[in-house]
Structures are given as C-alpha cells and as structure tokens.
Design a protein around this ligand. Sequence first.
Ligand code: THU
Length: 159
Amino acid sequence: MKELIFRTRINIYHTSELPSEYKELEAIVRELPRLAYAPYSHFNVGAAVLLENGNIVTGTNQENIAYPSGLCAERVALFSVGSLHPNIPAKAIAIAAETGGKRVEMITPCGACRQVMLETQNRSGVPLVVLLCGPELVYVAEDARALLPLSFDGWNLPD
Ligand code: THU
C-alpha cells in the first residue's frame, strides 16, 4: 500500500495586517454580500477579483426559483472577468459571506467554483491568490491549486 498526502498552506491575517495590495479588495468585498440576490438560501456571498492592471471586478450570488439555475458569487465574478477582460490575468479573488445579518467567519467555496478558479489560473499562467474574508480574519491561499487537490484537468479527454 502507498499513500498520497496533500498539504495545503493557508496564511491567516488579521484584516489590519493584510498585505497592502489586498486592502482595497478586502474593503470592497466586505460590502458585497448585501447586494446578493439570495431570497431562497438567505446566504449572501460576494466575490471581488483583482486584475493585473489594478481593475477590480465584482460578483454576488444570483439565485432563481428554479434552484439549479442560480450561480455562486465567485463564478459570477470570474465569468465576468472572462467575458469583459479575457486577456488580463486575474491576480486574486476575495470572497465574503453574510447570513442572518452576520458575517460568516470563513467562507469556503464550493467545488465547482474551485474548479473555475483553477482554470482561470491555468488560462493566464498567473497564480490566483484566494482570500477567504471573515469579519476579522482573512484566510489566504497563495494559489488556486491549493484548494483543489486531484482536480479534473482534462488530460485524459479524447482529442
Ligand atoms: N454560494 C456562493 O455564492 N459561494 C460560495 O462560496 C458558497 C455558496 C451561494 C450559492 C447559493 O446561492 C447560496 O450561496 C447557498 O448555497
């Protein structure tokens, strides 16, 4: 028997000690959950993507009465980046959530969003830093791959 062990490094910052390049991103994302359209789950999520040229593109979760038609905040934001700025690499994505009027301590993105984060990173060749923003602490993964070991990468798809 052999085993594979995956290690994930998450750096935890107090919002006050966040590296300066992420301060504006964090300030923006904390305001986004209240703009979400989440009348069914009452779980409001915001995502803000920092591009290499300094632009920030935002998204919030968008739900629908036909539940599977909705989309997470992260994919709303990342697909906006892909359609509005297809040739500008995304450097970082910050995520924040709120429910019952309270900020979520640590929002953990779903598998589908992690897969899209990873493809965003692979497409540009630039590491996508992921910031999971709580009210006081921010959990930072330096690379989207860290959040999705054994991801589907399509290498065995037929030509
Ligand atoms: N959701 C997000 O937008 N991002 C996440 O990281 C987790 C979940 C949304 C999907 C749905 O609208 C609601 O939160 C509850 O799952």
